[in-house]
Design a protein around this ligand. Structure first.
Ligand code: ADP
Ligand code: MG
Length: 292
């Protein structure tokens, strides 16, 4: 497009809450054939709430929840926030967090009041040496509702499953239908487990899902689509998404997301409404047509 056409397009986009950080973004938007959407915080609101605490035989919620909440107080992950908030709302006094380590894509490993507390997905429990069998069914049930189940091991023994639910944004399904109508192949990507991912995907009409993707592997997922000949957009909000946003032909950040995600992107959706992507593509097609 001519510089003038790009300026006009960029100005119009800004009015729609779509910030374009470089002139090539509109050109790229026109060429897109696939888009990868992060689940948590991009398709969903990214503000999960605790829905259930199910304890294993020999454990009580009164015993487990303060330990889990104290352990999660060391984490910045949205699921951690949900657990800590729930404990605070319940007026619980949290024991002291002595040591904390985040295991990216898997969970957390902490020491609370002298006890070893590990929280996370099935891979995290494998690491912890805790047998998940007794609570696997309840975890699967939560996942099939689109909730994220997390196992809790205390002293290396399975103590509970804690589930959190994150509501999909009201406009996500409409945006996804419109992206497909524009001819794009729409993918969901997430570090969350496959069952949860499939349930959320079904709620918003997505059929292509990549789940259990470690933070370091999100960019590789974009490369795979590019190798298949796709011109790929990636939309995400997290620190985890920065590599994939930079790798994509068009990186789209959620305005409420992490600064590094915004810095790695070509476009920022100020309010996080995914229909802004549809507007940007429509605008790019118009902008380019205008100058022909
Ligand atoms: P996403 O942001 O898509 O959820 P992550 O890679 O951050 O992906 O996390 C993948 C999974 O690891 C989560 O779904 C959760 O099961 C587990 N996990 C990550 N952080 C924590 C945490 N602080 N507490 C418990 N589980 C966690
Ligand atoms: Mg996210």
């Amino acid at each position: 497009a001519t510089p003038t056409a790009v300026m006009v397009g960029t100005g119009r986009a800004a009015e729609l809450g779509i910030l374009i950080s470089n002139g090539e973004a509109l050109e790229q938007a026109r060429r897109l054939t696939a888009i990868v959407l992060d689940k948590t915080g991009t398709i969903t609101q990214g503000k999960p709430a605790l829905t259930a605490v199910i304890t294993a035989d020999g454990w009580t919620e009164a015993e487990v929840l303060p330990l889990v909440a104290a352990a999660e107080s060391g984490s910045e992950h949205p699921v951690a926030q949900a657990i800590v908030t729930h404990a605070q709302d319940g007026g619980l006094t949290l024991p002291v967090l002595d040591a904390f380590e985040a295991i990216p894509g898997h969970g957390i490993d902490a020491r609370v009041a002298g006890r070893h507390v590990q929280v996370g997905n099935a891979a995290m429990m494998l690491r912890a040496g805790a047998d998940v069998t007794p609570l696997e069914t309840v975890a699967q049930e939560a996942a099939s509702r689109g909730e994220t189940p997390m196992y809790v091991a205390i002293g290396g023994d399975l103590a509970a499953v804690v589930a959190v639910a994150d509501i999909v944004k009201a406009e996500s399904a409409e945006a996804i239908a419109q992206l497909e109508a524009l001819g794009l192949e729409v993918w969901m990507i997430t570090g969350d487990n496959a069952a949860t991912a499939q349930a959320v995907a079904a709620q918003v009409g997505i059929t292509h899902v990549m789940a259990d993707v470690l933070p370091a592997d999100k960019a590789a997922a974009v490369v795979r689509l590019q190798e298949q000949g796709h011109v790929v957009a990636m939309a995400g909000d997290g620190v985890n998404d920065a590599g994939a946003l930079a790798q994509a032909d068009l990186g789209i950040a959620i305005g409420t997301g992490a600064d590094v995600a915004i810095a790695a992107s070509d476009i920022t959706l100020v309010g996080g409404d995914l229909r802004g992507i549809v507007s940007a593509i429509a605008l790019s097609r118009r902008t380019v047509t205008t100058m022909k």
